[in-house]
Design a protein. Structure first.
Length: 324
């Protein structure tokens, strides 16, 4: 079967993304052939593309997708042709119209979850699950600061925290995104370029927030430090503006004996049992309406470079899908 794939031969900007047509063989033992209906776009894809997270070249791209099993190889017992399935990595190669992959990297979707919903929220939703309930433990009534609150992860995390009774201060990249962040549950929304941003956060939260969720990185690190309450926690989970580097541990003491963690989802979703428990929690929150999927924009898979440019320019809201 012929498939369109996106791959890298060198790292760099969106211009290095290459499309190719390949003929896929029938699935071998332990493999499945999947027709993708929707593919999730995530910041981790840009990190693989630009070399921030090194990959062996040439390299496939993309970790999140949903679709239908076309065929299953020998030994595959948990999936069969016709099953609707999803994946959120860590194996790369989701940027493809059809994919030949290990069956162990895919799982069956619940009957009430369509493929676009799955591709829009699997990676982001499971990220939010561990950020809200395992990497940090804000309690009802606690104030937290959430950078990039109108983004795909930001909206879901604001919704999840609000459902737990946590009070959220969100930052956004432009005025148009303020309403989006408020609709997601942010009690206070501030422009990210506010000159006295940390002072405003501390004033609004009564002396500083208990937790900062920072997926932006270098550009927001100083604000995150200055916004925390004594013995607060900074959860630095992304590098949208570049990685935080050269951290002097004495700075944590100077800002009130702060804690910092730099988590990744795949250290929280290690085993099949981890994945099942996290997904069960995600779908439960989704079914009760605590978190809602917002697909802000879609791009044809063939326009993948334009999608990357929009994401890195912070021009997107909610989740972005690539459609084969």
């Amino acid at each position: 079967m012929q498939a369109t794939q996106v791959h890298l031969e060198t790292t760099g900007g969106p211009e290095v993304l290459r499309l190719r047509q390949v003929d896929l063989a029938a699935p071998g033992p332990g493999e499945i052939l999947v027709q993708h209906e929707a593919i999730g776009l995530n910041f981790i894809d840009t990190y693989h593309r630009n070399g921030l997270y090194p990959v062996e070249l040439p390299a496939p791209l993309g970790v999140e997708a949903a679709g239908t099993v076309i065929a299953a190889g020998d030994g595959v017992t948990h999936l069969a042709a016709g099953d609707r399935v999803g994946t959120f990595g860590p194996l790369r190669g989701a940027y493809a119209s059809v994919r030949l992959a290990p069956a162990s990297s895919y799982f069956r979707l619940p009957a009430d979850v369509d493929c676009r919903t799955a591709a829009a929220m699997l990676l982001k939703g499971c990220t939010v699950e561990f950020l809200a309930e395992r990497a940090a433990h804000p309690q009802a009534g606690d104030w937290v600061l959430l950078h990039a609150a109108a983004g795909g992860v930001g909206q879901l995390l604001a919704q999840w925290l609000t459902a737990l009774g946590v009070r959220v201060i969100g930052t956004v990249g432009n005025v148009a995104k303020e309403a989006v962040a408020r609709a997601a549950g942010c009690e206070i929304v501030l422009p990210a370029d506010t000159p006295d941003l940390a002072e405003q956060v501390r004033a609004a939260s009564g002396g500083g927030v208990r937790v900062v969720y920072d997926g932006v990185g270098a550009a927001t690190w100083q604000v995150s430090l200055a916004s925390c309450a004594r013995r607060g926690l900074i959860v630095s989970f992304g590098n949208a503006s570049g990685p935080v580097s050269g951290v002097n541990l004495g700075v944590l003491a100077a800002h009130g004996s702060l804690f910092v963690t730099r988590p990744t989802i795949y250290d929280y979703y290690v085993t099949p049992e981890d994945r099942a428990a996290g997904l069960d929690r995600l779908w439960a929150m989704w079914r009760q309406g605590a978190v809602k999927t917002t697909i802000g924009q879609t791009f044809p898979l063939t326009d993948v470079a334009a999608a990357h440019r929009a994401l890195e320019a912070r021009e997107t809201t909610g989740s972005t899908l690539l459609l084969p």
